[in-house]
Design a binder for this molecule. Structure first.
Ligand SMILES: *Cc1c(COP(=O)(O)O)cnc(C)c1O
Length: 390
């Protein structure tokens, strides 16, 4: 039997990386040695002390029973204490922090708490696809905010028509930014908080890359802005910071209403993250910082290698201060899709076409720094061997 899918599923675009994975599989099956610079998934293992904490915790019978969907109190305490030490903010672990089964889970569920069908959410373009996807699943309507090199990849909130701002319920932000590598300063967050306050909009700030910075850069939290918790919830993830994408753990912190609504919604959908994973996450948040510093050194060296290599090929790339991506313009005469296809066919190298992150991504491609350095070197050699592509 074929069952008619609900409109919300029928109209869902295929998840960007699912398509790329299929393409890579096809090429590999055809015998090509494909180097993927596409997906932002740390290549290095989770630090040993975190794995060791998991090994111990997995034996505890208390974790073999249902966890609670809002997360263990010890985990919420550790998240709050980490935010105090890192940003000087101190969300109440009982009312202003909720555990997430990976931050993607929280980002996709938040729109269910605030959007009725037809409601507007302000979504950057280009962006992590889950902001628009989560909005569309609820029947909400994304209003796209263009991120361009001219505006430093920060949305121009003053340019949002007042009638749109007036009916918008949510504003998604993400700094350090995927895919552009852009960073936002304290002043931008202050203006975003003022904008949200003026129009009664809840800000969802995705801080997945807050700990990955170069040349001494340290990202701020939006919650550092006085009064920000009146209008903002910030989403944190252990995935990129601690090489833990497979473990599925993160948290939301800030606005009490939003944290409460998300907890209520989640209690109807999931039963929380595995207790042992939460204990491993506590070990990550309270343990030695050296592993994170080492990751940053490795990513920074890869960034420099790639920026030099690509600039040498005539592709203009600015070195990002944070996150794990290079956002680069395609050669003249190419589109994002045609360029991605060309380098896959001719060099066996996967880059992500900018259009996968929204229409404003046309003319751009993204390279991730999460590929082993020797493979990055080989990818650059193959690109150089392709000769002129413009
Ligand atoms: C990788 C990423 C996430 C993290 O996802 P998890 O679900 O925590 O693994 C969230 N936001 C952005 C922008 C990302 O790139």
């Amino acid at each position: 039997m074929e069952f008619q899918e609900a409109a919300r599923v029928r109209t869902l675009p295929p998840y960007l990386f699912a398509r790329i994975e299929r393409l890579i599989k096809e090429k590999r099956a055809a015998g090509m040695d494909v180097i993927s610079l596409g997906i932002g998934d740390p290549d290095r293992p989770t630090p040993d002390h975190i794995v060791a904490a998991m090994e111990k915790a997995v034996h505890k019978p208390e974790y073999h029973r249902y966890p609670s969907s809002e997360g263990r109190r010890e985990f919420r305490l550790a998240a709050s204490a980490w935010m105090r030490e890192r940003f000087g903010v101190e969300p109440d672990p009982d009312t202003e922090v909720v555990a997430l089964i990976g931050s993607k889970e929280g980002i996709a569920h938040l729109p269910w708490c605030y959007l009725d069908p037809g409601d507007t959410a302000l979504v950057p373009d280009p962006a992590y696809p889950v902001y628009a996807g989560g909005t569309l699943l609820t029947g909400g309507v994304p209003y796209y905010l263009p991120l361009t090199s001219e505006n430093g990849f920060l949305p121009d909130l003053a340019a949002v028509p007042p009638d749109v701002a007036g009916r918008a319920r949510l504003l998604f932000l993400n700094y350090p930014n995927n895919p552009t590598g852009a960073v936002a300063g304290r002043e931008f967050f202050e203006s975003a908080v003022a904008f949200a306050r003026e129009y009664g909009i809840l800000i969802c700030h995705d801080a997945a890359y807050s700990e990955i910075g170069y040349d001494g850069y340290r990202a701020p939290s939006i919650l550092e802005v006085p009064g920000a918790a009146d209008v903002a919830v910030e989403i944190h993830s252990l995935s990129k910071t601690f090489n833990m994408t497979g473990w599925r753990i993160g948290w939301a912190a800030g606005n009490q209403g939003a944290v409460g609504a998300l907890s209520r919604l989640k209690s109807n959908i999931d039963s929380g993250a595995f207790g042992a994973v939460q204990e491993a996450a506590i070990a990550a948040l309270t343990g030695p910082r050296e592993a994170v510093a080492e990751s940053n050194r490795i990513y920074q060296a890869r960034r420099d290698l790639l920026v030099d290599g690509l600039n040498g090929l005539g592709l203009k790339v600015n070195p990002p201060l944070a996150a794990i991506y290079l956002w680069a313009g395609v050669p003249r005469g190419q589109t994002s899709a045609s360029f991605a296809e060309l380098v896959l066919e001719r060099a066996g190298v996967v880059v992500t076409p900018g259009t996968g992150y929204g229409p404003q991504g046309e003319g751009w491609f993204r390279i991730s720094l999460t590929t082993p350095t020797d493979r990055i070197r080989e990818a650059l050699e193959r690109l150089a061997a392709m000769g002129p592509v413009a």
